[in-house]
Design a protein around this ligand. Structure first.
Ligand code: 5GP
Length: 353
């Protein structure tokens, strides 16, 4: 056993220090980024925010709205092929803004293959809760060999050495985040996790050193958190809870005590397991929870709110483009860890020494 003493930080532990700026208005800020991916060599231009590949947020209704603003959606892997076909037929442009999600099981990989062969899907998201297994790395390598021109995002991991391993195995983008999700209970159930801001800072450095990219996944609860993730070095930011509760999410509106809600559950929750597997296998514990989110209406309002917040952050630090945000950021720490608090008892001891 070993203890790492260095303090790691979450979004809530920092604020971004304002800087002198020559920008006249937030209208001048460009939130679009252009990337040429390391392996696929595809060039993509858009606003690098991605709706999470969860049942509620990874829908085509979401993709149709987000694509208008050049944001992306990682599709829920349970969406059937017919639905893919119908949506791609209606709007071929969607292919620039959606990831097809796969796990590492045979059934998932076959569904992915069908989507790629029949619909020429460009972006793949290989998503597992624990990106530290050899099987996961092997699947990323296999997918890279099989689909050399497709852009692959793979995760989740939270450490620099595993970020490097995934990029060297063929991932263009590494997805980072274990435990920060709004409906995730991994930290409680397993004790495993990593504060998200530090995970992004450490993994972005590793990814960029190999010409790879990073997607910060989970833990954003307000637009300022999205800005902090980009400022920490994320190239993409994935959002679940912030985009949940809208018309474009799957599920009905629920009425309780005169208030409207929409259901939102974690993909490892008992509710998701029962829905997709028919049961909670007795060797697994649920690592997600279900919540009823106050109904938020159309997602476009929330998207504009997030983009407005991000533009304002850029204005505060003088970044004319989102690309410049991390270079122009100084974070200030605003919280103390419990063991750092100077207690009256310590003060008493210091005075009597
Ligand atoms: P949020 O934006 O809601 O904070 O986080 C979204 C992310 O939480 C997802 O993209 C995914 O990585 C993670 N997530 C979704 N469902 C679950 C779950 O049931 N358990 C865990 N541990 N993480 C989840």
């Amino acid at each position: 056993m070993r203890i790492e003493e260095q303090i790691r930080l979450d979004f809530k532990d920092v604020l971004i220090r304002p800087k002198r700026s020559t920008l006249k208005s937030r209208v001048e800020v460009n939130l679009e980024r252009e990337f040429t991916f390391k392996y696929s060599e595809q060039t993509w231009k858009g606003v690098p925010i991605v709706a999470a590949n969860m049942d509620h947020t990874g829908t085509f209704a979401m993709a149709n709205v987000l694509a208008k603003h050049k944001l992306m959606v990682a599709m829920d892997k349970f969406i059937q092929h017919d639905e893919w076909e119908a949506n791609f037929k209606a709007c071929a442009e969607l292919n620039q803004f959606v990831f097809a999600t796969t796990g590492i099981g045979e059934h998932d990989l076959q569904a992915l293959d069908k989507a790629i062969k029949n619909l020429n899907v460009n972006f793949i998201c290989v998503d597992v809760a624990n990106g530290y297994t050899q099987r996961f790395v092997d699947v990323v390598k296999m997918l890279r060999d099989k689909y050399p021109s497709k852009t692959i995002m793979a995760g989740n991991v939270v450490t620099a050495e595993m970020t490097e391993e995934l990029i060297m195995s063929g991932a263009d983008i590494v997805k980072v985040g274990i435990g920060p999700g709004s409906v995730c209970t991994t930290r409680k159930m397993t004790g495993v996790g990593y504060p998200q801001l530090s995970a992004v800072i450490e993994c972005a450095d590793a990814a960029h050193g190999l010409r790879g990219l990073l997607c910060s996944d989970g833990g954003c609860v307000v637009p300022g958190d999205v800005a902090k993730a980009f400022a920490a070095g994320a190239d993409f930011v994935m959002l679940g809870g912030m985009l949940a509760g809208h018309d474009e999410c799957s599920g009905e509106i629920i009425e309780k005590d005169g208030q409207k809600y929409k259901r939102f559950y974690g993909m490892s929750s008992a509710e998701a397991m029962i829905k997709h597997r028919g049961q909670v296998d007795n060797y697994r514990a649920s690592e997600g929870k279900s919540v009823d989110i106050p109904y938020k209406g159309h997602v476009e309002t929330t998207v504009l709110d997030i983009l407005g917040g991000l533009r304002s952050t850029c204005t505060y630090v003088g970044a004319a483009q989102l690309k410049e945000l991390s270079k122009r950021t100084t974070f200030i720490r605003v919280t103390q860890q419990l063991n750092e608090v100077f207690s009256p008892f310590q003060a008493l001891n210091a005075n009597t020494r």
